[in-house]
Design a binder for this molecule. Structure first.
Ligand code: GRG
Length: 333
């Protein structure tokens, strides 16, 4: 796949440029992981995994892992396999989420969903195989640092399981089982989306040897960032541009989402509050956290109609407001 990348117009060019630079690195490593898993008799499986894994995508989760490792003074190379694990899990979850028995989506990352090309049986198996590749990627840390490998594996397992993506997806698909209040959104959003953001950021922190105090700040930042990301995703489902997002919109019809529960304006206010909170969690690091501080703002600005003043912490590093929502085709930032 092509690795060229042009940053989209943004008030946060440092983030846009970092994403572009690191996307090529992540894509190269994912190619390598797939190539290493190839056997002589699995063309269908391989093609299906390749189709979804190397079909674009913003790569925000793996790039967060790299950014946190670099922030802590460790080379991105060292964090690359953990970063790929986050993307492999994410990609598997999108493939499963798109199945007719789940969200029944026909377009993903600007082209047909995996099951429309390969069939539901192959999609299910190749998504599960991506999951095994994520575990394998983390196992690569075992020879150098078994304790680190164990903590990464345990964290990823927790992020995927009943208290993570799978539990969140059950809540998302069966909202009738849940009370109808803000707590639901917290529980479902945090599990189906937030836990993987937490895994991504915390992996970078673990690999970077974060102190307990640093780890706690980064973990709290990640938790809010994950919620911001899901709230923005839900807002975009009602007012985003499908061409930019690379997927259909207005697909949350039968679902309990925050914008439906509380309205668009109020959802935007909540997202903004969470953006500010996420950024504030890194305040003690000062200027050296400027890239990470800008990420939640960068995510938030993808939502149409978002504008207004940028807080001091991010403002110092932001260009004047020119665009409020411009992403490249296929869901790229
Ligand atoms: C066993 C891995 C596994 C999962 C099973 C299907 C499932 C449980 C969970 C689905 C969770 C899900 C799809 C949450 C939505 C998260 C979200 C906002 C996705 C969009 O992420 P982007 O915008 O997508 O980063 P790209 O395409 O850019 O990577």
């Amino acid at each position: 796949m092509t690795t060229s990348c042009q940053p989209s117009p943004t008030r946060f060019p440092e983030v846009g440029e970092y994403l572009c630079a690191k996307r090529a690195m992540v894509n190269g490593a994912l190619e390598g992981i797939l190539a290493g898993n190839r056997t002589s008799h699995d063309d269908l499986l391989h093609s299906s995994m390749r189709y979804s894994l190397l079909s674009g995508g913003k790569r925000i989760r793996p790039i967060l892992t790299l950014a946190v490792a670099e922030f802590l003074g460790v080379s991105a190379e060292l964090a690359l396999q953990a970063a790929c694990a986050a993307e492999l899990i994410h990609c598997a979850s999108l493939m499963l989420d798109d199945l007719p028995c789940m969200d029944n989506m026909s377009i993903r990352r600007g082209r047909h969903s995996n099951h429309l090309v390969f069939g539901e049986d192959v999609t299910t198996l190749s998504a599960i195989n991506l999951l095994t590749l994520a575990y394998q990627a983390l196992l690569s840390y075992a020879s150098g640092d078994p304790t680190l490998a164990y903590s990464l594996l345990r964290a990823m397992n927790d992020a995927v399981g009943a208290d993570g993506l799978i539990g969140g997806q059950i809540g998302d698909l069966h909202p009738e089982q849940l009370p109808r209040d803000y707590g639901v959104f917290h529980t479902v959003y945090e599990r189906k989306t937030g836990r993987l953001f937490s895994f991504a950021v915390e992996s970078g922190a673990r690999i970077g040897g974060a102190s307990t105090a640093e780890f706690d700040c980064l973990a709290s930042y990640a938790k809010s960032l994950g919620l911001v990301f899901q709230i923005c995703d839900d807002i975009l489902d009602s007012n985003g541009d499908p061409k930019i997002m690379g997927k259909e919109i207005a697909m949350d019809e039968g679902k309990q989402t925050l914008p439906k529960f509380t309205g668009l304006e109020s959802s935007m206010c909540m997202a903004r509050g969470l953006v500010e909170f996420a950024a504030s969690q890194l305040a003690s690091f000062g200027d050296r956290a400027s890239l990470l501080v800008q990420v939640p703002w960068f995510v938030f600005e993808q939502v149409p109609g978002v504008g207004g003043p940028v807080p001091e912490a991010a403002h110092n590093h932001a260009a004047p407001i020119v665009f409020s929502n411009h992403a490249a085709a296929g869901g790229q930032f």
